[in-house]
Design a protein around this ligand. Sequence first.
Ligand code: NAD
Ligand code: GLY
Length: 361
Amino acid sequence: MDTLIVDLKDRSYPIYIGAGCLREASLLVPRLAQPRVAVVTNTTVAPLYLEALTQALQAQGVEVVPIVIPDGEVYKEWKTLNTLFDALLEHRCERKTTVIALGGGVVGDLAGFAAATYLRGVPFIQIPTTLLAQVDSSVGGKTGINHPLGKNMIGAFYQPRAVIADPATLDTLPDRELSAGLAEVIKYGLIRDLPFLDWLEQHMAALVGRDHAALAYAIRRSCENKAAVVAADEREGGARALLNLGHTFGHAIEAGMGYGTWLHGEAVAAGTMLAARLSQHLGWLGAADVSRVAAILSAARLPVRAPDLGFERYLALMGLDKKVEGGRIRFVLLRRLGEAVLTAEVPEAALRAALAEGCRA
Ligand code: NAD
Ligand code: GLY
């Protein structure tokens, strides 16, 4: 079992990483304020892991209230959030009842926002079961829901009390979802950890082949990167925005194609390629660098070609990005491989060229 700490002073918390740790209730119980929890999960994850978690908790004398929501990004919206509040109220969950998210990023974001707002905030624990959630969304306290006009537009920063990442749960994850998670793993290498990018290039076949040791290492290294960024800039005043490489384009792809059509990680991959091409047009990356980005994304079985939504539509959708400041779209770009920058200084011609190439490549 590996343990990392997200250092946020009196709100610091551990990330436990280890095969089988989902069943280790001893990791959870000391962090509960009362021996009662509400486990939020979905119709796909519940039959796989809810029983094991419930039994482990009940064996330690903890009462479990299960709350099962439908599966899908389209349900990451206020109506589902309201059903969580209904269930928490109907079961008379109290200020000391811990909300546990058991699932991928959708369950984590929704359950976290419910925990942040129910009774003005109740304790929260993340048990991520997708690669994307284990390397990114469960760490750092971003919670929230989508709005028809934009993704993740409504939410709160609300840190969990612990994150329990069990790589064995990835055995049941569909291939497409595993690849989507690898997009966020590759992101850490591109924005701040060049040695990790090298390692990923050498071990991508093992990761795609679900080698447990390789996956555990990639999760740990990703969480180390994320924890360091979050500790330095919890509320995204600066450096945390760099975690959004590929996301400005990616969120436009997700919204433009209709939520759920492209997986978040797939849209981030195609968006990362667009960001790399734009970086090349600004003179920061060379053609060999862009090819290297394309090669590693392809090796992870991710799309490198973006859908052709049209320049105006991309512009309109990206104008809703949370990083927009003073009406200007700000992009996370690559100054070089392993170093990201946030900039609004992007000539329209460069953006047009990057989109034209990226949508037809
Ligand atoms: P997801 O939650 O939709 O899960 C993907 C699919 O895998 C779902 O069908 C789910 O039911 C299924 N699943 C989950 N665990 C499984 C398992 N072990 N075995 C089999 N199937 C399993 O998608 P995701 O990629 O985990 O998360 C995407 C969401 O995360 C997006 O809404 C995105 O905006 C959000 N996100 C949030 C942050 C953050 O910092 N809060 C960061 C990145 C992404
Ligand atoms: N996924 C980006 C962040 O947590 O800031």
